[in-house]
Write a protein that binds this ligand. Structure first.
Ligand code: ZN
Ligand code: ZN
Length: 469
């Protein structure tokens, strides 16, 4: 920052500032005393005078979207604010969102490409392990493949370090066959069906289609069906069995609840006191450990099975990000990815970090199903103490919307939300797809005002949600 504004103050802006700190920062910017602000999502609203440049780093991050009121997307606000101020907006990412990429492709944005990595480092080699074969050979469910175990043992002997990632999504369970890799996907929406324990049904969270959960695989008839991905604890136990002399630490939201524990474990890891670090994505972000020469993604399928049309995009981003954690020092890195669906495009294209190849294939799929960026998506959430009442009113409302808005909007649902009940409150949802988002939002707002809602029912509209679960 010094290089940009040598004689000026830089303001740091995030939600953990005290009132006083926030006021000082606000004043410094508003008076022009400070000319650069660096901050989290809300920094986009900072009162910078004579704004010339906005940089949105890691623009694909879903965290730029605020999931509570006011529901805004920091990146979209940045683009609009830059436009209003005639300033330049730079969106940066190694794995851009498909929305931004398609804007660049159509000429709305200008595409600039960095063709070399930092210090001209080479990309680590990615080894994709087919877990279907692994399980057949071991005659049972294995957590760690032989490829991964051998690689970890070699690192331990050379006193190099290993990170094992598990992308855990606690509540949602999809159905996967461990014999052939088949996943139950909704034929209308191309997203994975979610298993509901209460009535043992598989349900699509976009259109509400449902059927009885099968006891055997619908494709190969195998009874070996898996309902849930691996957890960090099970992976930690498996590592202890194969590397009994190694120092192993687990890092996830359960073990990191104590303050400073996160920093402490990272400190030990950096100092080389830990051989293997097992954890969720929280250890993947922006950290640079030169002695880590092996990264394992233990269960790449978890992120591919989230009931979201962005599941492939998220998986590709995760894989590229995880691969970037390996071999950041002067030693070459290795990445092992375990999966039951090695042929998946998100996995194949990530092997060479081929973003354009992935984006083109994925955009074709989005186009076929008319998903964003080809249409806008609006999420309508209904909440209340009585599920029958929610269902009734959501259905009445959907009929009304269809009658008034006609073919300006396509409805899917209403159906129960992925998490049907939170703190004794039930949830239903409805989805709208449209190419005329501004008009449809205005129409929905007007209709909502005219519709008679029961007093104990809360409903919320979310335009362009980044998280479908
Ligand atoms: Zn099967
Ligand atoms: Zn569906």
């Amino acid at each position: 920052m010094e290089a940009i504004a040598p004689n000026h103050k830089t303001v740091v802006w995030h939600s953990h500032l005290s009132e006083g700190e926030r006021f000082d920062g606000w004043l410094a910017l508003a008076t022009g005393e400070a000319r650069v602000v660096v901050g989290a999502r809300s920094a986009i609203f900072a009162p910078v005078r004579d704004l010339r440049l906005i940089v949105v780093d890691e623009e694909h991050e879903p965290a730029y979207k605020q999931d509570e009121t006011p529901r805004y997307h920091g990146r979209d606000v940045a683009v609009m604010r830059a436009k209003l101020a005639s300033a330049l907006c730079v969106l940066g990412s190694a794995t851009p969102s498909l929305e931004s990429y398609s804007n660049a492709r159509s000429g709305k944005y200008r595409l600039l490409q960095l063709t070399q990595r930092v210090d001209s480092r080479s990309l680590p080699a990615i080894d994709v392990v087919d877990m279907r074969i692994e399980i057949m050979r071991s005659r049972g469910l294995t957590t760690l493949s032989r490829t991964l175990v051998n690689a970890m043992q070699a690192r331990f002997e050379r006193k190099e370090q290993t990170i094992l990632f598990i992308n855990r999504r606690g509540y949602s369970s999809s159905m996967m066959c461990t014999e052939c890799g088949h996943i139950e996907v909704c034929e209308h929406c191309s997203i994975s069906m979610t298993y509901h324990r209460t009535d043992e049904k598989l349900r699509c969270h976009l259109c509400g289609a449902e059927h009885q959960a099968p006891m055997t695989c619908p494709k190969c008839r195998s009874p070996k069906i898996r309902w849930r991905g691996l957890g960090t604890q099970r992976v930690e136990e498996a590592v202890r069995r194969v590397l009994p002399r190694a120092t192993i630490e687990r890092m996830d939201t359960d073990t990191m609840s104590k303050k400073n524990r996160f920093r402490e474990v990272l400190g030990h890891f950096r100092a080389g006191k830990i051989d293997v670090l097992v954890g969720t994505q929280m250890i993947g972000k922006g950290l640079d450990f030169p002695n880590v020469t092996l990264v394992g993604l233990v269960d790449a399928d978890i992120s591919m099975h989230i009931p979201d049309f962005r599941a492939n995009e998220r998986t590709f981003q995760l894989l590229v990000q995880v691969a970037g954690r390996s071999g950041r020092g002067d030693r070459a890195g290795e990445v092992v990815v375990q999966t039951f669906t090695p042929q998946a495009e998100a996995i194949q294209f990530s092997r060479h970090a081929d973003f354009v190849g992935f984006a083109e294939a994925e955009l074709k799929l989005r186009h076929d199903f008319k998903y964003p960026p080809y249409r806008h998506l609006i999420h309508h959430i209904f909440r209340g103490p009585n599920p029958e009442k929610l269902k009734f009113y959501a259905e009445q409302w959907a009929k009304r919307v269809e009658a008034v808005l006609g073919d300006r909007v396509e409805l899917r649902g209403p159906s129960p939300s992925p998490i049907e009940k939170i703190k004794d409150e039930y949830r239903w949802q409805l989805w709208y797809f449209t190419t005329q988002v501004t008009k449809v939002v205005a129409d929905l707002a007007k209709l909502r005002g005219e519709f008679t809602w029961p007093d104990d029912m809360i409903q919320v509209l979310d335009v362009d949600p980044t998280n479908l679960t």
